[in-house]
Ligand binder design. Structure first.
Ligand code: ZN
Length: 287
């Protein structure tokens, strides 16, 4: 299944994207795709319900806004420097174990919503990433059992303000958490939709120019490793997002670096996970 949420920001309803690309409203079956939905077997229930109710679901028009495919989760845990060539372009050593950082969940936005430059930000950058969504509570899980805790996958653009991330004191979180810095979607593909998550092409363009293009086969640490590793330090809850790192080709890596300005358009895609598109807009207070 491909889970979507649609409607105005803050008032989204749960839906599905069908194999022919059409979209249906499934709010008659479940309230929303939140922690409780994943924790209580909501996906299985929805699959069962569809067998008899699919034909009666209201159709969602193609012009209706898509929101983030899941309700704001308890956390976004990001893996830094998980592709060797990206570590190199960032001038950092290939890590001996996964580098982790947090991203505020308030930065989550819809897949095609605008990305707003932060106040005082001048080095805002793009990062196409495969995001893994957790399906059940995971604490001290082994690599062997780790995939049982995965609900599915989606695209994430891990937007980063490099000056806040790298030129200020303390942790990367400051450069990763601004409002609109986490466009996710267009949909959450459930695990069965993706035959091998370690063999997916991913790419990103800015104003039509392809700047990132790689494959998840280039991960330094694969998904079972990362899920197991994170669960040794914290409990992952249903709906939590793990963003698995970005490949070569971010703005920081160019000489001179390229950063986003208002009016730029980013498009990004991952094999089997669709495409998202964000226009960059200038900072405005209380947007
Ligand atoms: Zn990242």
């Amino acid at each position: 299944m491909k889970l979507i949420r649609f409607g105005e920001p803050g008032n989204e309803k749960p839906g599905l994207e069908l194999t022919d690309g059409s979209r249906i409203d499934v709010s008659a079956c479940c309230k929303d795709y939140d922690e409780n939905f994943f924790a209580t077997g909501g996906m299985e229930e929805l699959e069962e319900w569809l067998k008899t109710n699919k034909e009666n679901c209201p159709v969602v028009g193609n012009n209706v806004r898509l929101g983030p495919p899941i309700v704001r989760p308890s956390k976004i845990v990001c893996v830094g420097l998980n592709y060797a060539k990206h570590a190199e372009e960032s001038g950092m050593a290939i890590p001996g174990e996964p580098v982790l950082f947090f991203k505020a969940t308030s930065s989550i936005t819809g897949p095609n919503d605008p990305v707003m430059l932060p106040k005082g930000g001048e080095k805002t950058d793009w990062e196409v990433e495969l995001a893994v969504v957790i399906g059940k509570k995971a604490s001290y899980v082994s690599k062997e059992e780790a995939m049982d805790f995965v609900a599915g996958y989606m695209i994430h653009n891990d937007i980063s303000e490099r000056a806040f991330q790298l030129e200020r004191e303390g942790q990367w979180v400051k450069g990763k958490s601004c409002d609109t810095f986490a466009p996710i979607g267009p949909f959450l593909a459930t695990k069965s939709e993706i035959a091998d998550p370690h063999k997916l092409d991913l790419w990103l363009t800015v104003n039509g120019e392809k700047l990132q293009h790689s494959n998840t086969s280039d991960f330094i640490f694969d998904i079972p490793h990362v899920v197991s590793y994170i669960s040794q330090f914290m409990t992952l809850l249903p709906g939590d997002i793990i963003s698995t790192g970005t490949p070569f080709g971010v703005g920081l890596g160019f000489n001179p670096p390229k950063y986003l300005k208002a009016g730029d358009v980013m498009e990004l895609g991952i094999e089997g996970l669709g495409v998202s598109r964000q226009e960059v807009i200038a900072f405005k207070k209380n947007a």
